[in-house]
Design a binder for this molecule. Sequence first.
Ligand SMILES: [Zn+2]
Length: 152
Amino acid sequence: MKLIAWNMSDGMVEIHKAGCNHRKSTRNAKGRSRQDQVEFGRTDWASQYDFAHDYWDNGILDEYEMEYGEGSFDVFQEMDFMPCTKGLPRHEYAAEVAAETPLAAYAGKEITETIREYAAWLTEQTGYEVDLRTVALAGTLRDKFQKSRRVA
Ligand SMILES: [Zn+2]
């Protein structure tokens, strides 16, 4: 999902689905105003976690975890996901989920431009409507799959 977001005067980050129709009417809701726009609707985010992690991944997150340990930083702090973003999964990948599906993080990775072009090309050439996420996973993880078969 593409998102647009602003740093707000009350310290929160207000996050909308790009193109949602109530984004202008909420300008002064909750007695706060928009400061800097920090997301411009260009990235197709796979999860709320991805966006939140990326937002903090500018030194703040690393610095904090260096001091307090891996995973100690809550990337959802100050994140105010508006109702229009409800369709975007939260995807936190808790430790136990990660153990069962060790490559789960790949399912949340950003779809690259190359993958988009590749998927479009596949559809064009074969007439089969492929989906982006599957193409991304299949393309990225093929090596790992082959390695896992060699070991077994
Ligand atoms: Zn909205």
